[in-house]
Design a protein around this ligand. Structure first.
Ligand SMILES: [Zn+2]
Length: 287
């Protein structure tokens, strides 16, 4: 039962946000430079057609916006990109944002053997840790649709990750079960309507052929405001997924700023993924 009397139909029990906040808001960013195309095709010629925009323009614009509004984000970074742009990754971390794992070359984990998958997770973890000095605490599967294998969550748990963000089956965080048993890990689900790729990715980019037609930025802003209004009414969790390679255009950044400004007018808790996972795990212990 939410504070406003709305029965939650998804998670069995709701978490409470700090200081009486009536909605938790997380802004997540997928760094996704050339690793995406490299991972799909291993074709270095094609790899530079869009991925380079993220580190050069998209991410700097996002950082400027977050800094201006004093909001911390969570950045999912493929290890291959981190190796190529270590200074950029360091800059993100030094600005107080969270760096989280996102594979090595944006792999589809459902296509890897368990041994290869484990190697990829550990390799990416080490690269990010070496660059920032802070071990990642969570993971989001890459590739279209976030495919993971039956082993992914176990591997993440073995690495002491406290959250995963690969599922779309709820609209707020919930405790992860592995082999039917609850574990100390939180799922932070995302949704296509709150993912910029649904409306802003160029057709056939990244090996994808199923993207929706591109929408005018103001149309997307209206949709996101409506999503926020509904989730706020439920004392819920607003989880935005942004790709700086797509959102970082000058015509689109203003709607991200418009959305942040809009949400700041309400009683919300802006949180990184680690913070929300820590809070949920703490409340599970107290129950
Ligand atoms: Zn990605």
């Amino acid at each position: 039962m939410g504070a406003k009397g709305i029965v939650k139909k998804g998670s069995e029990m709701k978490f409470r946000w700090p200081n009486g906040a009536e909605c938790a808001v997380s802004l997540s960013f997928e760094y996704d430079a050339e690793s995406v195309e490299w991972g799909y095709s291993r074709n270095i010629e094609g790899a530079f057609d869009i991925g380079g925009f993220s580190p050069q323009f998209g991410v700097p614009r996002v950082l400027e916006l977050l800094n201006k509004h004093d909001v911390k984000g969570t950045f999912f970074v493929p290890g291959w990109d981190a190796e190529r742009y270590p200074d950029s990754i360091k800059e993100i971390a030094e600005a107080g944002h969270e760096i989280a794992a996102h594979g090595y070359t944006h792999e589809n984990f459902s296509e890897l053997t368990p041994r290869k998958e484990k190697d990829v997770l550990e390799k990416a973890h080490k690269i990010l840790t070496d660059i920032t000095g802070i071990p990642p605490r969570g993971f989001r599967a890459a590739a279209y649709g976030r495919p993971i294998s039956a082993k992914t969550l176990s591997f993440c748990r073995d690495m002491d990750y406290i959250y995963d963000s690969s599922f779309m089956d709820d609209d707020e965080p919930y405790q992860v079960k592995i082999d039917g048993k609850f574990v100390n890990m939180i799922e932070i689900p995302w949704a296509w309507p709150l993912n910029d790729i649904s409306f802003m990715s160029p057709p056939f980019s990244s090996g994808m052929s199923l993207v929706l037609p591109q929408r005018k930025p103001q149309w997307v802003l209206e949709l996101w405001k409506e999503e926020f209004d509904g989730l706020y009414e439920e004392v819920g969790f607003f989880n935005l997924v942004i790709h700086p390679r797509d959102m970082g255009r000058v015509s689109r950044m203003p709607i991200l700023e418009g959305l942040v400004s809009y949400m700041k007018r309400y009683n919300v808790w802006f949180t990184t993924y680690s913070q929300v996972a820590d809070l949920c795990l703490k409340q599970l212990v107290e129950r």
